[in-house]
Design a binder for this molecule. Structure first.
Ligand code: UT7
Length: 317
């Protein structure tokens, strides 16, 4: 599997830490030192569907591929504008393809899940080119009166097109039980439903998530490196889920590697859930930071508790 193009889209509204401190008991210093975040983009007048479509069109342009050559659309989003139809079907209609579409929900690990499914579709010869888009709007399920969670997140969409050929990428996924991250949902008005109403906002045990993130990320990365017969030194860049700069620093220190190998953009995106790695990858691609043959390791973690890593070589050949 190889990545032949990347794309992204962010909402136009930039919200700084100072903006948040106008209505929350928080401050720039706390948010910067505990998370590394300085600002994030939040949906206001646009929809997540529009953002997802924009990221896909940007990606198709970057890949220089004919739209009719896309064989599958995989869309990852924790929530979107409609329960049905799936977000991927709106993308299908907007870009004008005639291929199958599927929505997934693997929380913040979603990009790795989508890569795994795309890899399987390609290996089963059901697709040659798969468009993946991770489009997330955590701003819709965090409680904007709770400083513990709402300051951490941002909205955005990142896309990639993966194709047949290239390096035999290594992917590892894992789910372990935890109640550290949860967001309830209440649907419909069934007269038979005797369940209590659930809190519709994100609930998070921050310190537990922090520990799980550091432990699982290291194990997942070690696993894919072992499968590839490589060491930390063989990797050019580790693109970690942009959840907290301190989590990224912790993992980097465990590996004893230099900062340059751990690119980040959390400063100005916040945690964009599954979109964080494709957004970062697109930024590196557009800035021409990546060279053919570069070994990239993606590592993500999120509610479930899901986690996973993917080792891939950069380059269209
Ligand atoms: O995609 C996965 C999503 N989640 C994560 O990655 C989260 C992982 N965890 C974390 O990033 C960190 O645990 C947090 C950034 C969420 C919190 O950092 P912490 O160092 O674990 O802080 P804490 O929760 O222990 O809170 C320390 C203090 C508390 O006050 P007291 O009890 O010491 O008086 C909090 O009430 O900081 C307070 N606090 C805040 N203060 C100002 C919590 N949030 C804020 C805030 N502004 N936004």
């Amino acid at each position: 599997m190889k990545i032949i193009g990347t794309g992204s889209a962010l909402p136009h509204l930039v919200v700084t830490n100072d903006d948040l401190s106008k209505f929350l008991d928080t401050n720039d210093e706390w948010i910067r030192t505990r998370t590394g975040i300085q600002s994030r983009n939040i949906l206001s007048t646009e929809t997540i569907t529009e953002l997802a479509i924009k990221a896909c069109l940007d990606c198709i342009k970057n890949a220089k591929i004919d739209i009719q050559d896309i064989d599958y659309i995989l869309c990852h989003s924790v929530i979107s504008d409609a329960i049905i139809p799936a977000l991927s079907t709106f993308i299908h209609d907007a870009i004008g393809t005639d291929c199958p579409t599927l929505d997934l929900n693997g929380a913040c690990t979603g990009f790795i899940y989508a890569l795994d499914i795309a890899d399987s579709l390609i290996k089963a010869q059901k697709a040659k080119n798969v468009l993946i888009v991770c489009a997330e709007e955590p701003s819709k399920f965090v409680d904007w009166t709770k400083r513990e969670t709402c300051v951490l997140f941002g909205d955005g969409a990142g896309a990639v097109i993966v194709s047949e050929g290239g390096f035999d990428s290594k992917i590892h996924l894992k789910t372990q039980h935890t109640d550290a991250l949860y967001c309830g949902a209440n649907y419909g008005n069934s007269p038979f439903d005797k369940q209590e109403m659930k809190d519709p906002f994100l609930y998070m045990k921050g310190r537990d998530v922090f520990k799980l993130a550091v432990q699982s990320s290291k194990k997942d990365i070690d696993y894919v490196l072992e499968k590839a017969g490589m060491t930390y030194d063989d990797v050019n860049y580790f693109l970690l889920h942009q959840a907290n700069m301190r989590i990224i620093d912790f993992i980097k220190e465990q590996f004893g590697l230099s900062c340059e190998k751990f690119p980040h953009n959390i400063e100005y995106t916040g945690n964009t859930s599954s979109a964080s790695i494709p957004l970062l990858l697109d930024e590196m691609n557009k800035n021409e930071q990546l060279k053919d043959g570069d070994v990239l390791v993606f590592s993500a973690f999120g509610a479930g508790f899901t986690s996973g890593a993917c080792l891939i070589k950069w380059g269209k050949n």
